[in-house]
Ligand binder design. Structure first.
Ligand SMILES: Nc1ncnc2c1ncn2[C@@H]1O[C@H](COP(=O)(O)OP(=O)(O)OP(=O)(O)O)[C@@H](O)[C@H]1O
Ligand SMILES: [Mg+2]
Ligand SMILES: [Zn+2]
Length: 241
């Protein structure tokens, strides 16, 4: 229950034509309990559409493939993120988004903008950093630990949550086990038309090498790709300021 909830004001239930139904903040709370890292860290709570700064993206450098400027590419990705967020309230089965780009190009920032916007609108979102998510699922096997949730609890939640954000589906060492977990989550979401937002610094061409053909093919089917291009890691630009 969330006492700050604008919908139920902490009661956990709302009335829909005289029927008491659980407020969606309860569902979000269950997710926060289950996934240690799904609560966006304080710094990332400021990653909002209002704060997304387009001036990091050069108007002079050209995307060699699309022949548009880095600035225009970022503008298009930002607009896609905004459109997705605005339409998610009405349509829970729209296409997901795939943000690609090099290290420090704003991919996570943009994914957080969507999460923050929709959480404020009382939508249910799981923001999962891929390596952490896989670690947490793996740790359910460790019998020496006190386990609150089983692997099935975690995987089922990632499969079924209305919006899943997979941050940093990057160039990690994917074992057959991790590839299979990701596949089973992605395949489920594809079959039930549940949108997924993915950030990765692997190029579209290389994705298959890391994740295998089946997951990659599904990602292309369920997510529209957008590219964020920068001439310098934004972290370095910020450091130099
Ligand atoms: N458009 C933007 N406006 C303002 N700050 C930004 C923007 N893009 C990125 N930043 C800042 O730059 C830093 C790096 O951004 P971010 O974490 O989104 O990069 P990334 O593309 O996800 O990188 P990685 O591939 O390493 O995960 C962060 O501190 C973020 O706050
Ligand atoms: Mg990132
Ligand atoms: Zn509520």
């Amino acid at each position: 229950m969330n006492s700050n909830c604008n919908f139920c004001h902490g009661r956990g239930i709302i009335f829909e034509s005289n029927l008491a139904v659980p407020c969606s903040c309860m569902q979000q709370k269950a997710i926060l309990n289950r996934f240690k890292q799904s609560r966006l860290p304080k710094r990332m709570q400021n990653h909002t559409f209002e704060n997304f700064n387009l001036s990091f993206y050069s108007r002079n450098c050209l995307d060699p493939v699309k022949k548009i400027s880095y600035y225009e590419s970022a503008q298009i990705a930002l607009q896609a993120a905004k459109d997705f967020s605005a339409s998610f309230k009405k349509n829970k089965n729209s296409d997901g988004l795939l943000f690609t780009g090099q290290v420090g190009s704003g991919k996570t920032f943009l994914a957080c903008c969507i999460a923050n916007y929709l959480l404020k609108e009382n939508e249910t979102v799981l923001f999962a950093v891929v390596p952490d998510l896989l670690d947490q699922i793996r740790s359910t096997y460790d019998s020496s630990r006190h386990i609150e949730y089983t692997e099935k609890d975690l995987v089922d939640t990632a499969r079924e949550v209305p919006l899943l954000i997979l941050d940093d589906l990057g160039a990690h060492n994917y074992t057959d086990w991790t590839k299979n977990k990701l596949y089973s989550i992605l395949n489920y979401r594809l079959n039930y038309c549940l949108p997924t937002i993915i950030t990765t610094n692997i190029s579209l061409e290389e994705l298959e090498e890391y994740l295998g053909e089946r997951s990659t093919s599904r990602i292309f089917q369920m997510c529209r790709p957008y590219r964020l291009l920068v001439d310098m890691d934004i972290r370095i630009v910020l450091r130099q300021k």
